[in-house]
Design a protein around this ligand. Structure first.
Ligand SMILES: [Zn+2]
Length: 356
């Protein structure tokens, strides 16, 4: 069943389940943080990897912190940078207790990320939920590869816990950020169970299930959730990283996941794909919706609102014909209006799941 948990952060409580809009480089693309808050977001996610490379955590610390820099007063979760290092950096190598990689921004300057450094960066950013550095194995991967990633993830999780505790020893508990561990193990049941056991033994404020939504079939993803979720404590939030589609979030929410993030609503908006007609069965047995491709000729003279069932600011005012025109003319306003609508859709789905 859908869980109803209060995640207490130093920037306020968050009610589960919830979706975190992604502010990759310190901005949810095309919107101000004020606008994101007005759509109902309780928390924003930002990417350590991108902010570390540009403008750098030292500059953001000089500005006060990331809240002050991007003008968002609510909670912020930052990832550890690991996922991007392993997926974006063309050249990276695990060595001497960390990972070396080349920046894609400036012709390849070398950077070295360790579990300790990932925490330092996130502390400087002023993150309220800090993720430990982990190794996300690709899909598909051999058992050997999965085991290596798992073992390094556990080792780094221990180092992260120790380092964080040392840094926080003089900080009153209510002023500390939360620290989340990440469970790996690819699609192998025994490795997932082992990773969960090792990460739980170290002990964290919340638990993320990583290494999913990396190309595996949906069935495999839910199999992993069925294996891992029963092992996790009831009183700690569970975060399914990088997922997903509305039907996946509903299914995962029913299985006991509390936290979601995904680029889909914002990225699809920019490409003219709009989620419409949200229809959630009262017993949560199903969620129905349609994806409107706004460039379709049939919307050329469609003066109805984008989505009659939607209460978002875009749908209160603008017609499909106007939105299509903006899209075809490549007007930047399209991206704003489309992002507002798609984010509303995702946040509204979460609200409806909470209200059941
Ligand atoms: Zn709308």
């Amino acid at each position: 069943m859908i869980r109803d948990l209060k995640v207490k952060t130093r920037k306020g409580d968050i009610i589960t389940p919830f979706f975190m809009p992604i502010a990759t480089k310190g901005a949810v693309k095309n919107l101000t943080c004020e606008e994101v808050g007005a759509l109902g977001a309780q928390i924003i996610l930002s990417n350590t990897y991108h902010l570390h490379l540009r403008p750098g955590e030292d500059l953001i610390e000089k500005a006060g912190d990331l809240h002050e820099f991007m003008k968002w007063d609510g909670p912020i979760l930052t990832d550890s940078g690991g996922y991007q290092v392993f997926s974006l950096a063309k050249i990276r190598k695990i060595k001497e207790g960390g990972v070396e990689f080349q920046s894609p921004y400036d012709g390849g300057t070398k950077h070295f990320l360790t579990p300790e450094k990932a925490i330092d960066i996130q502390l400087k950013l002023g993150s309220d939920i800090i993720m430990v550095l982990d190794v996300c194995a690709p899909y598909p991967c051999s058992k050997g590869e999965a085991l290596d990633a798992l073992a390094t993830t556990t080792d780094w999780a221990k180092r992260s816990r120790d380092y964080f505790d040392e840094k926080m020893k003089d900080v009153p508990e209510e002023e500390r950020p939360l620290l989340f561990g990440i469970i790996q193990g690819s699609v192998y049941d025994d490795y997932r169970a082992r990773s969960a056991k090792e990460i739980l033994e170290i002990g964290f404020d919340g638990y993320a299930i990583g290494g999913l939504a990396v190309g595996e079939p949906g069935k495999e993803m839910f199999k992993v959730l069925d294996k891992v979720l029963p092992l996790l404590p009831e009183d700690r939030p569970r975060y399914l990283m990088g997922v997903g589609k509305p039907e996946q979030m509903l299914e995962a929410g029913k299985k006991g996941i509390d936290m979601f993030d995904c680029v889909l609503p914002t990225r699809n908006a920019r490409h003219g794909y709009l989620f419409t007609g949200l229809d959630l069965e009262e017993d949560l047995s199903d969620v129905r919706y349609k994806v409107v491709r706004i460039n379709n000729e049939k919307y050329k003279e469609d003066f109805g609102s984008l989505d009659k069932t939607c209460q978002c600011p875009t749908c209160q005012k603008y017609t499909r014909a106007y939105l299509r025109h903006l899209y075809m003319s490549e007007e930047p306003l399209f991206m704003r209006l489309a992002t507002i609508h798609n984010l509303w859709f995702y946040l509204d789905l979460m609200k409806r799941m909470r209200d059941v």
